[in-house]
Design a protein around this ligand. Structure first.
Ligand code: IPM
Ligand code: MN
Length: 353
């Protein structure tokens, strides 16, 4: 098949991991006889520096013409002056909104071989396999903001259609798995959460009568993620809770660098990015873990291009490299040998035949 993919390297370690992701996709194209065309575009701080706009119109146009978008990371200390009129992160939020990718799918699967890399005891990690479905284009991230000398506010607003559509995405995933869905909210305090809970209950009752729905308060969910992570299957939650809980969940996998994400809307076009940030402390050193990015490329193959076999082969190649002991610094044991970003990517790519 032929596909057009926009690549948004962004800031910090973004460009390093993005080129690993592109390399993996090029290898897949070679092995399976596809033609992928890549268009590199600006986003975030890199775009602010070049054209004073964190999401330039040229980037938007390229993304909208593409079958899929692969993104590294945005942000960094260079652009984090609290009084700056625009920040790199606004570019990422504008991109998500422009593409209407409201459903952020964050699978948390762990490799047994990395149990020692996790700060959580190995026996708790047995059987961990969950998907967090994070609402991505609503809530407090996008509500009206105010600021004066004495106060500031961020509005957390959800509309009925936004809750219904994210619950449907999560319920479909749950139906294809164990049939259990856990909706995370803060309904004991927040009106937006009570609204979320009511709509979740009616949507599931009316459209997914076989799904077993459970509700959990976000503070309890944060605790259970550490205490009993294997008990979760599909979690659905609003934008900010999902952001926070998935950073927490990444510790189950051993490193924030391991986890991928797919952001989807109503069409096949999707945005794929590792869940980690731009990691300015290690940027440019060539030591970042590309696994989350390469796993995101696998999700791109599966969800936007419909290439199931290729996606699975790439995921297996990641697992094989890990199983054979190839480790970037973030997942290596103390004093064990480590590889660079490109060496890790090459170790994965070599395993594709
Ligand atoms: C993420 C990131 C972003 C978010 C930031 C960079 C705006 O943390 O993708 O999880 O909060 O959504
Ligand atoms: Mn985050």
């Amino acid at each position: 098949m032929e596909a057009l993919i926009t690549v948004l390297p962004g800031d910090g370690i973004g460009p390093e991991v993005a080129s690993a992701g592109v390399k993996a996709l090029q290898r897949i194209a070679e092995v399976y006889g596809h033609t992928f065309e890549f268009s590199d575009q600006l986003i975030g701080g890199a775009a602010l520096d070049a054209v004073s706009d964190p999401f330039p119109p040229s980037t938007a146009a390229s993304c909208k013409e593409s079958d899929a978008i692969l993104l590294g990371a945005v942000g960094g200390p260079k652009w984090s002056d609290p009084n700056a009129p625009v920040r790199p992160e606004q570019g990422l939020l504008a991109l998500r909104a422009a593409l209407e990718v409201f459903a952020n799918i964050r699978p948390v699967q762990i490799f047994d071989e990395l149990a020692d890399a996790s700060p959580i005891k190995a026996d708790r990690l047995q059987g961990v396999d969950m998907i967090v479905v994070r609402e991505l284009t609503g809530g407090i991230y996008f509500g009206k903001k105010t600021r004066d000398a004495e106060s500031a506010s961020d509005l957390c607003i959800y509309h009925r259609y936004e809750v219904e559509r994210i619950v449907r995405v999560a319920a479909r995933l749950a139906r294809a798995r164990c049939g259990e869905l856990c909706s995370v909210d803060k309904a004991n305090v927040l009106e937006s959460s009570r609204f979320w809970r009511d709509i979740t209950i009616t949507t599931i009752a009316n459209e997914f009568p076989t799904i077993k729905l459970e509700h959990m308060l976000v503070d309890a969910a944060a605790m259970h993620l550490i205490n009993q992570p294997a008990a979760f299957d599909v979690i659905v939650t609003e934008n900010m809770f999902g952001d926070i809980l998935t950073d927490e969940a990444s510790m189950l996998a051993g490193s924030l660098g391991m986890l991928p994400s797919a952001s989807l809307g109503d069409t096949a076009r999707g945005l794929y990015e590792p869940i980690h940030g731009s990691a300015p402390d290690i940027a440019g050193k060539g030591i970042a873990n590309p696994c989350g990015m390469i796993a995101s490329a696998a999700l791109l193959l599966r969800h936007s291009l419909g290439l199931q076999e290729e996606a699975t082969a790439l995921e297996q190649a990641i697992h094989q490299a890990i199983a054979n002991g190839v480790r970037t610094a973030d997942i290596a044991e103390k004093n064990a040998p480590v590889v660079s970003t490109t060496e890790m990517a090459d170790a994965i790519i070599q395993r594709l035949h």
